[in-house]
Design a protein around this ligand. Structure first.
Ligand SMILES: NC(=O)c1ccc[n+]([C@@H]2O[C@H](COP(=O)([O-])OP(=O)(O)OC[C@H]3O[C@@H](n4cnc5c(N)ncnc54)[C@H](O)[C@@H]3O)[C@@H](O)[C@H]2O)c1
Length: 347
């Protein structure tokens, strides 16, 4: 087996992302006797039989579990199970499981060791890589959390075969985002291998996940705490978050529509060639990632104007100057949402 590894180094940590191996080999990475597994019911149903022989705690699948109640609940289970500072938490699952497992491991007894088997496409290309973790407060996302790198993340693209279609597409949108914002060559590979991507071909997905992780790792190593360059990864997210919140669309699908808007705004701002914007939008359309929605300028204005990431009247908006080349520009909320009326016409 040809393992690909990406190493993330931050001030105080070294984290290894392993792509191309079998997830069942995770036993070789953990202190079995001291490990507890955190997973969700779906994953446990499909893969539980092959879990390493550790105690397993299952959460309900889905975003609703990402709250402090779950942390408290799991915390008391760890305590009853006798997990001490020498314990190890292994999260096996998608972004929700990884965010919860990472946060719990960061605060339980002021922090214990942890690692992930990352099972969804979204978590392989994005969520489990980079050391952000956390839980929501009501409907406000990721209010409690830490920056803390897992010791390892195992990405086995064979696991993607069992993902529900909408979850797969949602992850695909984040993969396209990585290409659009950071790498024309990744975008080209996606374009060139459209059919194999839809067929979830293990080896091809492995190389795309690897490429994406490598790109993210470079950024995280440079700017772990998102004070600068890491913000580029928010391409499509300013409008995408509003679409997600208002329509309830899957995260990645909402981000896809957000990318379309951001690409068109990049053209309107005179940064991006119209042909490039059309090309990106065409790719998003090919994978059926652009769902209809009908959100008014007023709603965008209100929601972007109160976004936790805004800075006064401005937002750090991610624009493209070319496919594969994003940049951050401070733009006022008014100016940004003023473009909305033009979007449908220009496209
Ligand atoms: N920490 C970060 O940097 C970061 C980045 C992006 C997203 N996130 C977070 O990630 C979460 C979304 O992640 P997600 O899309 O993986 O959601 P998820 O963990 O809820 O997984 C989606 C669904 O797919 C199921 N599933 C996962 N892997 C499967 C598999 N191999 N086979 C069958 N079913 C499988 C899950 O049980 C769940 O029902 C959000 O909470 C988001 O905030 C975090």
């Amino acid at each position: 087996v040809h393992l690909k590894k990406v190493i993330i180094t931050t001030e105080d940590r070294r984290s290894e992302i392993i792509i191309g191996g079998k997830w069942t080999e995770v036993a070789g990475y953990i202190p079995i006797e001291r490990t507890v597994v955190i997973t969700d019911e779906n994953i446990f149903r499909i893969y539980g039989e092959k879990f390493p022989s550790c105690q397993v705690f299952c959460i309900r699948p889905g975003e609703k579990s990402k709250n402090l109640d779950t942390i408290e609940n799991l915390g008391s289970k760890l305590l009853s199970a006798g997990v001490d500072r020498g314990g190890f938490i292994l999260g096996i699952g998608g972004g929700v499981v990884c965010d919860i497992a990472g946060f719990l491991a960061s605060v339980y007894m002021r922090g214990i060791r942890f690692g992930f088997v990352s099972s969804s496409l979204l978590s392989q290309v994005d969520a489990s890589v980079g050391g952000k973790n956390g839980v929501n407060l009501g409907s406000v996302k990721n209010i409690f959390g830490t920056f803390n790198q897992p010791e390892f993340v195992i990405c086995d693209t064979d696991m993607l075969k069992t993902l529900p279609e909408d979850e797969y597409l949602s992850g695909l949108a984040e993969l396209i985002k990585m290409g659009a914002a950071l790498s024309k060559s990744l975008l080209d590979s996606i374009e060139k291998n459209k059919e194999m991507i839809m067929a979830r071909e293990t080896k091809l997905m492995e190389s795309l996940v690897y490429e994406s992780v490598r790109l993210k790792a470079d950024i995280v190593s440079e700017d772990e705490k998102e004070s600068g360059k890491r913000k580029i990864l928010n391409f499509g997210h300013t409008f995408g978050h509003v679409i997600e919140a208002v329509t309830g669309q899957k995260h990645g699908l909402a981000i896809a529509s957000g990318m379309k808007i951001a690409a068109v705004i990049s053209v309107l701002e005179g940064m991006l060639q119209e042909s490039e914007s059309k090309h990106l939008i065409g790719l998003l359309g090919y994978f059926s990632l652009l769902k209809d929605h009908d959100i008014s300028v007023e709603v965008y204005e209100k929601m972007i104007g109160t976004d936790k990431k805004r800075e006064g009247a401005d937002v750090s908006f991610v624009l493209l100057e070319a496919e594969g080349k994003a940049l951050i520009k401070k733009i006022s909320v008014k100016r940004l949402t003023g473009y909305i009326g033009l979007i449908e016409k220009i496209r």
